[in-house]
Write a protein that binds this ligand. Sequence first.
Ligand SMILES: Nc1ncnc2c1ncn2[C@@H]1O[C@H](COP(=O)(O)OP(=O)(O)O)[C@@H](O)[C@H]1O
Ligand SMILES: [Mg+2]
Length: 300
Amino acid sequence: MQHVQEKMVQVAGVRKTFGRRVVLRNVSFEFSAGKIVGLVGPNGAGKTTIMKSLLGFMPTDTGTVQILGQPVSVSMHTVVTRQVGALIERPAIYPFLSGWQHLQLTAASTAQMDWVVKALQMTAYIYRPATRYSLGMKQKLGIALALVTQPRLVILDEPMNGLDPQSVKQLRDLLLQLAHEGTTFLVSSHILGELEKIIDQVILIDQGQVLLQQTIAQLHQSAQAFLVISTTANERARRLLRSAGYSVTQREDQLIVPASAAVTPLLKIVLDAGIQILKVSQQREDLETALLRMLANEGE
Ligand SMILES: Nc1ncnc2c1ncn2[C@@H]1O[C@H](COP(=O)(O)OP(=O)(O)O)[C@@H](O)[C@H]1O
Ligand SMILES: [Mg+2]
């Protein structure tokens, strides 16, 4: 499985300014072939600018970008971009062409077009003029155009935007399937939750800086677990546990204790005070919460 270890993308020290405005500051990251990588950050963080730099769509001030070990720049992007499919921001739609005709402009064969139309379930409207497409249909056409040639690297900029939940699910399944077959994906979103089910790695950016690059497995490990307890007298139970040295917080009608606490002695304290326990469960913080907490700790 040598190709799996191959570096698909290497970005090193990229800086980008628009006039006086610094939009990317020393951006560096890399990832291997066969992965789905999430580029996550708030609006204006620089996700689209990073993707455009990767494709050689715009000059950068300093730094290098390589795809499959080959340098990419505005003047040298022909060799590699043949192996890259991309949807950046909105798809470019020609008003008088049908979806099918759009695909014809890009695809190498009818078989590729048939495959992508079926995979994205666009059969019902693919021959209609694209100008009459809904936002979601246009978005799907843009995704189809990025995928149709079955490139080795696919860059999708906020691809879930405008898609209904069913289409989001379809797209997730399709990306997982293609990644399993060896395609590498860089997918951006301002919502981690949108991507966390499919990505292998997350690159978190804010204000033009890479704040963190982690595997999803690492992120899952750092997500903290809690015991969530509700009793017939939460306020009194909280005071008892506090004075016994537990770190307890109260949220609505629940008491929350880090899951590292031993359960039996903790419950015994509550029961011995004549308080009934209504419910005990274990919960884990979601990845977005874990990320934000880690960033807040780093900033301290
Ligand atoms: N052509 C441009 N001229 C000036 N500023 C730009 C240009 N393109 C993007 N920016 C600015 O760069 C920053 C990052 O933009 P962008 O990469 O589109 O962020 P994101 O995709 O994460 O929302 C934003 O503050 C945006 O206003
Ligand atoms: Mg963007």
